[in-house]
Design a protein around this ligand. Structure first.
Ligand SMILES: [Zn+2]
Ligand SMILES: [Zn+2]
Length: 146
């Protein structure tokens, strides 16, 4: 059964949603790379990978702002609220049109329960005091952020 997950930025001006046929179609991951640490302002970034065409801006949403940076030769687009600065989503040029990565913390409480992390990226950059995600089937590549 298709389920729609809703979320918003910090102030609520930018509102978004994505629909999944089953929760397994979304992949939540932690990313310990330097780039995510800076953008999220935290010790890791946390995003849900969802199919590109299942994500949309919700009715009444403000237009997000867009920042594009060079991420080791790839254009990395990050979108956020122009009012409060809260992160919304990102995607690199090789994912554009296929997948987008949505900020986990922006999801409604009930939605977060459905989508626990299944992957951790750049584990060599995990802060030494930070524990790894529980579970034997968690995917932990050291480099790739796909
Ligand atoms: Zn906002
Ligand atoms: Zn990252």
């Amino acid at each position: 059964m298709v389920k729609t997950y809703h979320g918003a930025c910090y102030c609520g001006a930018v509102k978004w949603e994505f629909a999944l046929d089953k929760p397994e179609d979304g992949r939540t991951s932690l990313c310990h790379c330097e780039n995510c640490k800076r953008w999220f302002g935290s010790n890791y970034g946390m995003l849900i990978k969802v199919p590109w065409d299942r994500f949309k801006w919700s009715e009444g949403s403000a237009e997000p702002r867009t920042h594009v940076s060079d991420n080791k030769g790839h254009a990395l687009t990050r979108q956020f609220c122009g009012e409060c600065g809260g992160g919304v989503r990102d995607f690199s040029d090789d994912a554009e049109g296929k997948f987008t990565y949505v900020c986990y913390g922006g999801m409604d409480d009930e939605a977060r329960k459905d989508l626990p992390p299944k992957a951790e990226f750049f584990v060599s950059k995990r802060e030494p005091w930070c524990q790894d995600v529980k579970g034997d089937d968690v995917y932990r590549p050291n480099e790739l952020h796909e």
